[in-house]
Design a protein around this ligand. Structure first.
Ligand code: ATP
Length: 318
């Protein structure tokens, strides 16, 4: 393989820049030309494609977001639209692609492979919801952002003996909330895998009151209930003044942590190795700190296993 492309797709995540940098530098080290495709599959279809040099990816390892830009193009599900993308790649002589994104982006990569363009997908999302990898690029940074925010909330909650409900991202995956709860010492955690148990939350706060606790942090995964309504309900049932904070998109930004940069570097270089081997339709994962790869369709079919041990630990230590 002489010429490859790299794109970022779906929601952005810190560490995507580090992954692009790794693909470019590992490619060039292997005498492969690397082209940047701007704005995901949308830019691919439009031909928004430029060659990248080692210096083009200098000074970005520490930057959040993705300098290539990301986009969503639902029409990419249509073969006629994908054909436009394949034409653009052929025009530029690009034989293979590295796609950095979430599960939707994985599907696009699989379908492009079926059309003759070998694609390797990398897990780029803060949600940690890609089952074929223990960790996704961006998760560790978002986790640190969450913990930093909760530390601040704890200071002010403690001063006023308040309860704080903190809504955390993750879509249908509770990992950011579970890890965030353990790392911040939250009193309660509510995740989609377990549902909401109001009585348990109230009992926990009542028990804390007896011990003269000065603060209560309730972490809540997004899309489960309205954080402000939950705060009102807690206040009504416990008498403890309660405020809600929705962390929102701040969780998607910021300089990537060292762990995310290293993960992105390893995965980016590994993707290039796989393309050199002639592999396509595969996605990279990390399992027990070892890089591995799966067929994309098999990866998307893997059942999600919720880490009960970690959840119970968060409960036990609260
Ligand atoms: P995130 O996890 O951050 O949402 P994602 O990659 O899952 O990232 P999606 O919007 O689901 O985000 O997908 C990104 C893009 O991938 C879509 O906008 C579309 O262009 C392409 N895509 C998604 N599903 C398919 C599919 N079934 N076939 C072809 N392309 C797809």
């Amino acid at each position: 393989v002489k010429r490859i492309g790299v794109l970022t797709s779906g929601g952005d995540a810190p560490g995507m820049n580090a992954a692009i940098r790794a693909v470019v530098r590992a490619g060039i080290a292997n005498n492969i030309e690397v082209f940047g495709i701007y704005n995901g599959y949308a830019g691919l279809v439009k031909g928004d494609i430029k060659p990248l040099t080692n210096s083009d990816v200098g000074g970005i390892i520490n930057r959040g977001g993705t300098f290539l830009g990301s986009a969503r193009l639902p029409e990419f599900k249509n073969i006629e639209v994908r054909e436009l993308g394949v034409e653009q790649l052929k025009k530029h002589g690009i034989e293979a692609l590295v796609v950095i994104g979430g599960d939707g982006s994985y599907m696009g990569a699989k379908k492009l492979t079926e059309m003759g363009i070998n694609c390797i997908a990398l897990p780029g999302t803060i949600d940690n919801d890609i089952v074929s990898s223990d960790f996704t690029i961006g998760f560790d940074t978002a986790l640190n952002t969450v913990v930093d925010a909760i530390d601040r909330l704890r200071d002010t909650s403690a001063s006023h003996a308040r309860c704080s409900v903190v809504e955390i991202m993750g879509r249908h995956c509770g990992d950011l909330t579970v890890w965030g709860a353990i790392a911040s010492g939250a009193e309660e955690l509510i995740v989609p895998e377990k549902g909401i148990n109001m009585d348990e939350i109230v009992a926990q706060i009542e028990e804390g009151k007896k011990r003269q606790k000065k603060h209560f942090i309730v972490t809540l995964a997004e899309l489960m209930t309205d954080a402000h309504e939950l705060a009102k309900e807690i206040e009504k049932r416990t008498g403890v003044e309660t405020r809600a904070t929705v962390l929102g998109h701040t969780q998607r930004g910021g300089a990537p942590t060292a762990a995310d940069r290293v993960l992105a570097g390893r995965m980016g270089a590994y993707a290039v190795d796989l393309l050199i081997e002639g592999q396509g339709g595969r996605c990279v994962g990390i399992r027990d700190n070892k890089l591995t790869h799966y067929d994309i369709l098999e990866a998307l079919d893997l059942p999600r296993v919720f880490d009960e041990t970690l959840y119970n630990l968060a409960k036990q230590l609260s």
